[in-house]
Write a protein that binds this ligand. Structure first.
Ligand SMILES: O=C(O)CCC(=O)C(=O)O
Ligand SMILES: [Fe+2]
Length: 301
């Protein structure tokens, strides 16, 4: 038996698999293309040095401790189950923007290591969106299965998502998981290709069934791993993914960041680029789950 759960239900061993690790081929464009074609993703351990990922983790935890959400010493990352964020930071969007723009975090997301990796995967010089999604998972929280399309696709049709673990993320701490082979599920992908990219609404890109039911019906597995700091996974807009539940008894927060990369040659979407990106709905960093105090519930997406 394993410790993975989805919507509170254990994931049967037969429906759980390990992500294939591709670090050995990360600098070989032909091998990378073959791997992404086959698997729909590229998973690389220590895509950036663990010390860089842990520096970003400490930077973020210190900011969360300032608003009393993390116990001291902050570096342990223990959720306090309290928050003074609304009282101390009345502009929640501005607070979250400043956390999301921390120098150590940007060193990870906007540094040379990931840029080189994504350029190899995309097949030409690529750069990251300025707007990024920093996620602080606490027990009880999870991300439902979804596609990243049509979000992010107004400027470029060749956007890729990079997800990186900022600290350890064990199976019981809500690691990212992907639905095996879903980049070939044309019946699910075709409808989302038709969605209006300019829409500010929230089109239905999430699965109608929970991940375990879906995997069982399709005869595939949920692929994940026990992530270590700096481990990263890259996938296109048409791979279904989400997270397992965070149900770690020690209340240690699960930190990750996802950022989109696209070819430098493609037009940039002003929602995600520039010093004050507006985000998908127009309100900037304030629209993200991360902008809310850790004590409050998330919207699903
Ligand atoms: O970290 C998560 O829970 C979800 C991440 C995600 O959906 C993404 O990276 O696109
Ligand atoms: Fe996503």
């Amino acid at each position: 038996m394993n410790t993975a759960t989805v919507h509170g239900c254990p994931v049967p061993d037969a429906l759980l698999g390990e992500l294939r690790e591709s670090g050995a081929v990360r600098a070989d464009p032909a091998a990378v293309a073959a791997r992404v074609g086959e698997d729909g993703y590229l998973f690389v351990r220590a895509a950036v040095g663990p010390e860089l990922a842990l520096a970003a983790r400490s930077e973020i935890l210190a900011r969360l401790a300032e608003v009393d959400e993390i116990e001291e010493p902050a570096v342990e990352g223990i959720f306090s189950e309290r928050s003074r964020r609304r009282e101390l930071m009345p502009d929640l969007g501005a607070f979250w923007k400043s956390v999301s723009e921390g120098a150590a975090l940007r060193r990870v997301t906007h540094g040379p290591e990931l840029r080189a990796l994504l350029s190899t995967i995309i097949g030409e010089p690529a750069h990251p969106h300025d707007y990024l999604f920093l996620r602080v998972g606490t027990p009880g929280k999870a991300t439902d299965l979804h596609f990243d399309m049509p979000f992010f696709c107004r400027g470029s049709q060749r956007v890729h998502t990079l997800w990186i673990a900022l600290g350890e993320v064990r199976l019981d701490q809500g690691p990212l998981m992907v639905l095996e082979g879903s980049h070939r599920f044309e019946d699910l992908i075709a409808p989302i290709r038709g969605i209006d990219y300019d829409s500010k609404g929230s089109p239905r890109v999430a699965a109608r069934e929970d991940a375990v039911t879906m995997a069982g019906k399709r005869g595939v597995r949920l692929l994940t791993t026990s992530f270590q700091p700096g481990d990263a996974i890259v996938f296109s807009m048409t791979l279904m993914h989400g997270s397992l539940d965070h149900h770690g008894a020690d209340r240690r927060v699960r930190l990750s960041c996802d950022v989109r990369f696209q070819p430098e040659a493609d037009p940039t979407d002003p929602r995600y680029f520039g010093p004050n990106p507006t985000g998908t709905t127009g309100v900037g960093y304030g629209e993200l789950n991360g902008a809310k105090p850790l004590t409050e519930p998330w919207h699903v997406r």
